[in-house]
Write a new protein. Structure first.
Length: 253
């Protein structure tokens, strides 16, 4: 049985004060803490403070990206060593916004995914098709290729701990959610790719999230699907009440 996982991706939002106040207001109010994993992926400048506030029953802390090297002359970047040292547990790798605006490629996603495992960080690896690819009937080919590339050279033992986030690009921040059937079909394609790579037993252990305009109103229907184990949530993770509602729905699964 896979434990549901709700991860909030705050993207480039909030001040430090707002981030701390959000965290303090949700950390003791997650009704089903223990039945679902919850994660806040905050902007890098807030990670130390939030990790210091995290504890039993609170969300875990995630980063939104990282560099694959441990250290070096990479101005502006954050290393896996730095994240692990702060107590960060998860890191989003290859979000479509990173692929589009910051030149991330399947190759860099693979390097970062390997590096995350090498530093005991759990990667949330993002894959997803554009509207053009969906309309051209290329969804399965695209997401399956992205999963294969991201996990190339990664052992089954590590892969079992990965989280894969299926985020159709056309559904991100647009209010357009994939129907739960469409989302499940894509997540099932990802699971069958994982089974092809690692065998069915390992594939059955890997958690697959859906992301793209997830809100308290649609989370239950998405989580009811057999291959959807959680959500990567942007806009609806910014307000405490809505994040708590999402976590509650996941804990009831
Ligand atoms: O990482 C989160 C996704 O990009 C979804 O964002 P959204 O929930 O605002 O559509």
């Amino acid at each position: 049985m896979r434990k549901p996982i709700i991860a909030g991706n705050w993207k480039m939002h909030k001040t430090l004060g707002e981030a701390e106040s959000f965290f303090d207001s949700v950390k003791d109010r997650l009704p089903n803490a223990g039945r679902a994993d919850t994660v806040i992926c905050a902007p890098a400048p807030f990670l130390a403070s939030l990790a210091g506030r995290a504890g039993d029953g609170s969300p875990e802390i995630g980063a939104q990206t990282m560099h694959e090297e441990e250290k070096g002359a990479y101005t502006g970047e954050v290393s896996p060593v730095m994240l692990a040292d702060l107590g960060v547990r998860y890191v989003i790798i290859g979000h479509s916004e990173r692929r589009e605006y910051f030149n991330e490629t399947d190759e860099s996603v693979n390097r970062k995914t390997k590096s995350a495992f090498g530093h005991k960080l759990i990667p949330i690896v993002c894959v997803g098709e554009s509207l053009e690819e969906r309309e051209g009937d290329k969804t399965a080919e695209k997401i399956s290729g992205q999963v294969r590339a991201a996990l190339e050279g990664i052992s089954a033992e590590d892969a079992a701990n990965a989280v894969i986030a299926y985020e159709p690009i056309w559904a991100i921040g647009t209010g357009k959610t994939a129907t739960s059937d469409m989302a499940n079909e894509a997540c099932a394609t990802i699971r069958s790719t994982l089974a092809d790579l690692y065998g069915q037993e390992t594939a059955n252990q890997i958690r697959i999230q859906y992301g793209g305009s997830v809100k308290p109103e649609n989370i239950a229907e998405l989580l009811a699907q057999p291959d959807i184990d959680g959500a990567l949530v942007g806009g609806a993770s910014l307000e405490p009440e809505s994040f708590i509602a999402l976590a509650e729905a996941a804990g009831n699964e």
